[in-house]
Design a protein around this ligand. Sequence first.
Ligand code: HEC
Length: 116
Amino acid sequence: MHKIVLLLLVLSWIFSKCTYDNEEDYYVCDTVDVNYTTVVRPLIEDNGCISCHNSTFSNGDIILDSYDNLVQHSDAVLGAIQHLPGFEPMPQGNPMMDECAINKIKAWKNDGFPEN
Ligand code: HEC
């Protein structure tokens, strides 16, 4: 009886280890060479940011419809999309951006905001 329990434990450990390894293989978030034009702008647009933060609405006096505007507000944007304390969580009314998208925007900042 004990042997069966032990065997089950070992098997479940091996199994969980396999799925974990597989997940790592599958989930690759490419944060290399992130630029505004092809990566960041589409993310900001697809997540609805620009539909609320443009020159017509400028919610919270924040306009995110151009490279210069986004760079200017990048600290607040990073705080808001990560739902950090002290920031309004964004995108407002929608689920949090996925982790990979957030990591890309972080990498963009760390790389000095490449435009193209
Ligand atoms: C449905 C409209 C809407 C959407 C979509 C939206 N925002 Fe906002 N955002 C607002 C409003 C309204 C405020 C002002 C909130 C306040 O001051 O109470 C705001 C505030 C902010 C702020 C200031 C936060 C702070 O605490 O300083 C930032 C930065 C911001 N939004 C970025 C974003 C980003 C990035 C996205 C997309 C991921 C986004 N927003 C999507 C409406 C929106």
